[in-house]
Design a protein around this ligand. Structure first.
Ligand code: FES
Length: 248
């Protein structure tokens, strides 16, 4: 067993002043970070102390609910990896790990390490449905879509909406998320009828919900666990200009 100090952000609500609590815990390299948190939380409960609140669901890098700022970096030290897929061996025997929630006005804190990311759902909902009826699988397979475009759509659709891009951005911009969600439709024929209307609706909702603007720092791309590229932001901006010039 090895030892590490965990510094965990504790804050009862958005309006309370928060502070770090420090805990020395034992671990093995093959344990995931979340397993170490599980053991710590359980030991606090057994001692009659209040456990800290943290979020997760799939623990497979799919659902996007586990995001933490780990030693100052959203999702921690391993590129292209969610918090739940981090193992203690990835910290190389570091003495202390500091865990904080996403910090962005559009993601209000619920408690401790958990924030409310429902702003993302509101942006998706503003985007609306596509009007094209693709029919059943055989019909959809009859649509001529090049391999390049199919691959691109799949890459963009890999966004899990975790919020790391917002947490990493000094402006708390959601452009990488919104760009990915727009681009996954924009490269497919089914996405064309509402393409320009969708970009206006989603960017307006993003602004309304308090996300900042993009200043091309690229921090979002650097921390994205699905390695979404900032090319989606360029695509979003081009479509936005087209919609403004020619109407949605
Ligand atoms: S718990 Fe689902 S992505 Fe981490």
């Amino acid at each position: 067993m090895k030892k590490v100090q965990l510094r965990i952000w504790r804050q009862r609500s958005q309006n309370d002043a928060g502070k770090f609590s420090e805990h020395n815990v034992d671990y093995e390299d093959d344990m995931s970070l979340l397993e170490v948190l599980d053991i710590l939380a359980e030991s606090l409960i057994k001692k009659g102390e209040e456990p800290f609140v943290y979020d997760f669901d799939c623990r497979e890098g799919i659902c996007g609910s586990c995001g933490l700022v780990i030693n100052g970096v959203p999702h921690g030290p391993l590129k292209g990896t969610t918090t739940c897929q981090l193992h203690m061996r990835h910290f190389n025997g570091i003495a202390s790990i500091t865990l904080e929630p996403w910090r962005a006005a559009a993601f209000p804190l619920i408690r401790d390490l958990v924030v409310d990311r429902s702003a993302y759902d509101k942006i998706m909902s503003a985007g609306g449905y596509i009007s094209v009826d693709t029919g059943g699988t055989p019909d959809a397979n009859c649509l001529p879509i090049s391999k390049t475009h199919a691959d691109k759509a799949f890459d963009y659709a890999a966004c899990i909406g975790c919020g790391a891009c917002v947490a990493a951005c000094k402006n708390s911009a959601a452009h990488l998320f919104v760009g990915a969600k727009l681009a996954q439709y924009a490269v497919l024929p089914q996405g064309q009828p509402e393409r320009l209307r969708r970009v206006i609706a989603m960017t307006e909702k993003m602004d309304e919900l308090g996300f900042g603007t993009c200043s091309n720092e690229g921090e979002c791309e650097a921390v994205c666990p699905k390695e979404i590229k900032t090319e989606v932001i360029a695509m979003m901006n081009r479509d936005y200009i087209k919609a403004m010039l020619f109407g949605a």
